[in-house]
Design a protein around this ligand. Structure first.
Ligand SMILES: [Zn+2]
Length: 431
């Protein structure tokens, strides 16, 4: 199975400067190639990866572009491949520019066979990267497999190296616990609430960190562009948000571990990512033409988002990744009404939800924690979806026309796998 291993790098001053340069070159290549793709698309034409890669090789010889020749060519090519995939997946006009200040530098060495890794002592190891040479990194865990590629990236002021390794593991045919499904409700007050009535929560930014970040934000806004003061504030800000990000990643990994270890079926509610990521519509002021009223945009952007972000999507990604090792089946269901439906009598009523935490059914009087009740409904919906999907999977091949259909088919296949590979019902009630 392919998996990632991330280590903290200890670069020398020259290596740090060189790594910044490589990151900058990859960013420039990304932006130039994206602009070229857009120009072609506007004319109704299309430029493929191979043409762009050819032009990149030619560009290295041109005067004024010597800086391109100095950086590892494979990293630049990999940038073009990544761009090609991003455009294929999201559309040429949806793919974003990489901004100098907002994008963290990151570049990949695609040829794992050329990367030598050596253990130096108990705490340190080193890897030999093309042109960058030997880089020392903090040995916190064994690699556990052959290196496929390596990515160097910076978060705040720290540099990291991540290896993609093949650890040789196989997804088990059935989960160690044959009858243990769980529903997961993601929220703000408690990040994860399960249908078993357990809460997983962590505060990612302390009160002092929030204050500090707000002050830095103010410094950033006041300092002149390009000034040293602004650079310093930006650097400190990067360090604060990197710390918050690390805590979020840690929480996601630990939660995912517990969920996948104990459960063969994990049901999430599908997130409305569109609402979460899109910017807020401007609100014109009716009294003053051309002016705008506060629309809550600040709460959705920048610093606020970093602090308020609970990492819901990251948790699901971590669970899906870990599930490959335990054989858990992970699905996402339509979240409609899960928070206002009584789990006991299935009565749907918004008034049943008395407050953020309290659920009292208006029909049968059933009392529960509101999020636990929702998580139970999510689990029920997941089991129903699997039960429905299984006969469809048996009947086999109707080719789905859209994304939703393809997703349903994948889940059906997962259900079929559960049904055929294990002798028992694998914990999911048969229809
Ligand atoms: Zn009820």
């Amino acid at each position: 199975m392919l998996t990632g291993r991330k280590y903290l790098l200890d670069l020398t001053a020259e290596q740090t400067a060189f790594a910044e340069r490589i990151g900058g070159a990859c960013r420039a290549v990304w932006n130039t190639a994206l602009e070229q793709r857009r120009t072609y698309r506007r004319r109704g034409a299309f430029i493929a990866y191979h043409d762009q890669a050819g032009q990149l090789v030619e560009a290295k010889g041109e005067p004024g572009l010597e800086w391109l020749a100095g950086v590892p060519g494979h990293c630049l090519q990999q940038t073009l491949i990544d761009l090609d995939q991003a455009c294929a997946r999201h559309g040429t006009f949806k793919v974003r520019w990489k901004s100098k200040t907002r994008t963290r530098p990151s570049f990949r060495f695609p040829e794992g066979g050329k990367i030598a890794v050596e253990r130096l002592n108990r705490r340190w190891a080193r890897a030999k990267l093309p042109k960058l040479g030997w880089v020392r990194f903090r040995w916190t865990r064994p690699l556990g497999g052959a290196v496929k590629n390596a990515t160097v990236s910076r978060e705040g002021r720290r540099w990291y190296i991540s290896f993609l390794v093949d650890d040789g593991a196989q997804t088990p045919a059935r989960h160690a616990k044959p009858d243990a499904g769980i529903g997961v409700d993601r929220g703000v007050v408690k990040i994860v609430t399960t249908s078993e009535g357990r809460f997983h929560h962590k505060v990612f930014a302390t009160g002092r960190e929030v204050e500090h970040a707000a002050k830095l934000q103010q410094d950033l806004a006041r300092a002149t562009k390009g000034s040293n003061r602004r650079k310093r504030a930006a650097r400190r800000m990067g360090a604060v948000s990197a710390k918050i990000r690390r805590r979020r990643a840690d929480f996601a990994a630990k939660t995912a571990h517990v969920l996948t270890r104990d459960h063969n079926l994990i049901v999430f509610e599908a997130l409305k990512t569109k609402n979460m990521t899109s910017s807020v519509a401007p609100k014109p002021d009716p009294d003053r033409p051309g002016a705008f009223l506060p629309n809550g945009a600040a709460a959705k952007s920048g610093l606020n988002r970093a602090i308020l972000d609970k990492g819901w999507h990251r948790i699901e990604l971590a669970v899906r990744s870990k599930a490959r090792y335990t054989g858990s089946c992970v699905i996402a269901v339509n979240p409609a009404n899960t928070s206002i439906t009584c789990h006991e009598c299935k009565n749907v009523d918004t008034r049943s939800r008395k407050s953020q935490a309290v659920f009292v059914c208006t029909s049968c009087g059933h009392r529960d924690h509101a999020d636990v009740n929702a998580a139970k409904n999510i689990l029920t919906a997941g089991r129903a979806e699997l039960a429905q999907a299984r006969p469809a999977a048996r009947a086999g091949a109707r080719k789905p026309r859209n994304r939703v259909g393809r997703k349903a088919n994948r889940q059906a296949t997962a259900a079929q796998d559960l049904a055929t590979t294990s002798p028992g019902p694998a914990g999911i009630p048969r229809p």
